[in-house]
Design a protein around this ligand. Structure first.
Ligand code: F6P
Length: 319
C-alpha cells in the first residue's frame, strides 16, 4: 500500500490530533504517502485533500480538537455523494483510509470498504459508546474535565448547602456520567441504562441532608433526562435549593490527558500496520490493556455492555 488517507468525522474528541500524528508518522515511516482529508466525509466528496508530511503533525499531540476539522455529512449517505467520493479517491490513487470517529463514521467506512477502499476505524468519541474497546479516544479527557468542573461546583454547593444537578454529554450512553460520577463521589448518578424515579432520587437527597451532608451532587447523563426538568421536579418535591449546570461542549475540548495521547498513538500506529498488511473493514480497539482488532460490522451490531459493577459500587459508596 503506497498511498493512504486519514479523516476525522462526527463530534471531535481530545486526542484525535495524537491519532492523526501517529497515522501520518507511521505511514511515512512505512514508505507511504499520507493525505489528510478535511471535514470528514464532506472532504472526500469535495476533494478537500492535503498531503501530510512529518512537520504537518508537529506540535499537535497536546492539542484538543482536530487539525483536519470534522463534520457530519448527510450527502455522503446518498448514492450521489458516495459516487463523488469514490471518484476523488480514485483520482488521487488512495488505496486505504483511516477513519477516526464514532459508530456513524464507521458506517461510512464499511460502505467504502465494500467498494474496494481498504478502511480501518479508530474509535474517537467522548461518549465511550463503542463496543469492543474499553475506551474510545477523548473519553478519559472528558471524564477529567467533568471532574474538574464538579470540584469547583462542590465548593459553592457546600457553602450554600445546595443540591446541584450536573448534566453531562454522552448521547444515549451513561458512561461519561458513570465514570465521572464515581470519580467525583457524586451522591446520585442518573444514566439511561438504569431506570430511576424522581421520588427515589429525592428520598436519597433528603436522607443525606438528614444525616448532615452539606450538599448533594447529582450527575445526570443527557440521555437520561434534561437537567432543568429533573431539577424543577426535585425542587418541587424536596423544597431544597437546587441549581442546574449543563456542562455542554466544554467537555469536548481541552488538552488530551496522557492516557488519551498514548491510546491514540497506539491505535494510530496499529491502523497503519493493518493497512500495510492488507487488512480492511476493521476497528482497532483496546481491551484489558491490549489492542484488539474487530470487524466494523460487528461494532455496529453489538451494544457496548454497561458497567453494572461500577454502577452498583457507586451506589454503595454514596449511601
Ligand atoms: O457524540 C459526541 C457528542 O458530544 C454527544 O455527547 C452529544 O450528544 C453530541 O455529540 C452533541 O453534538 P453537537 O456537537 O452536534 O451538538
Amino acid at each position: 500500500m503506497k498511498r493512504i488517507g486519514i479523516l476525522t468525522s462526527g463530534g471531535d474528541a481530545p486526542g484525535m490530533n495524537a491519532a492523526i500524528r501517529a497515522v501520518v508518522r507511521s505511514g511515512i515511516y512505512n514508505d507511504m504517502e499520507v493525505y489528510g482529508i478535511r471535514r470528514g466525509y464532506a472532504g472526500l466528496i469535495n476533494g478537500d485533500f492535503v498531503k501530510m508530511d512529518l512537520g504537518s503533525v508537529g506540535d499537535i499531540i497536546h492539542r484538543g480538537g482536530t487539525i483536519l476539522r470534522t463534520a457530519r455529512s448527510e450527502e455522503f449517505k446518498t448514492p450521489e455523494g458516495m459516487e463523488k467520493a469514490l471518484k476523488n479517491i480514485e483520482a488521487l490513487g488512495l488505496e486505504g483510509l483511516v477513519v477516526i470517529g464514532g459508530d456513524g463514521s464507521f458506517r461510512g467506512a464499511i460502505e467504502l470498504s465494500k467498494r474496494g477502499v481498504a478502511t480501518i476505524g479508530i474509535p474517537g468519541t467522548i461518549d465511550n459508546d463503542i463496543p469492543f474497546t474499553d475506551y474510545s479516544i477523548g473519553f478519559d479527557t472528558a471524564v477529567n474535565t467533568v471532574v474538574e468542573a464538579v470540584n469547583k461546583i462542590r465548593d459553592t454547593a457546600t457553602s450554600h448547602e445546595r443540591t446541584f444537578i450536573i448534566e453531562v454529554m454522552g448521547r444515549e450512553s451513561g458512561n461519561l456520567a458513570l465514570y465521572s460520577g464515581v470519580a467525583c463521589g457524586a451522591e446520585t448518578i442518573l444514566v439511561p441504562e438504569m431506570p430511576f424515579t424522581i421520588k427515589d432520587v429525592c428520598e436519597k437527597i433528603m436522607s443525606g441532608f438528614r444525616r448532615g451532608k452539606l450538599h448533594s451532587i447529582i450527575i445526570l447523563a443527557e440521555g437520561a433526562g434534561q437537567g432543568f426538568d429533573v431539577g424543577r421536579e426535585i425542587k418541587n418535591i424536596t423544597g431544597f435549593e437546587t441549581r442546574i449546570i449543563v456542562l455542554g461542549h466544554l467537555q469536548r475540548g481541552g488538552t488530551p490527558t496522557a492516557f488519551d495521547r498514548i491510546l491514540a498513538s497506539q491505535m494510530g500506529g496499529k491502523a497503519v500496520e493493518l493497512l500495510k498488511s492488507g487488512v480492511s473493514n476493521k476497528m482497532v480497539g483496546w481491551v484489558k490493556g491490549e489492542l484488539l482488532v474487530t470487524d466494523l460490522e460487528q461494532i455496529l451490531t453489538t451494544n457496548k455492555p454497561f458497567n453494572m459493577e461500577l454502577y452498583e459500587l457507586a451506589n454503595i459508596l454514596s449511601i
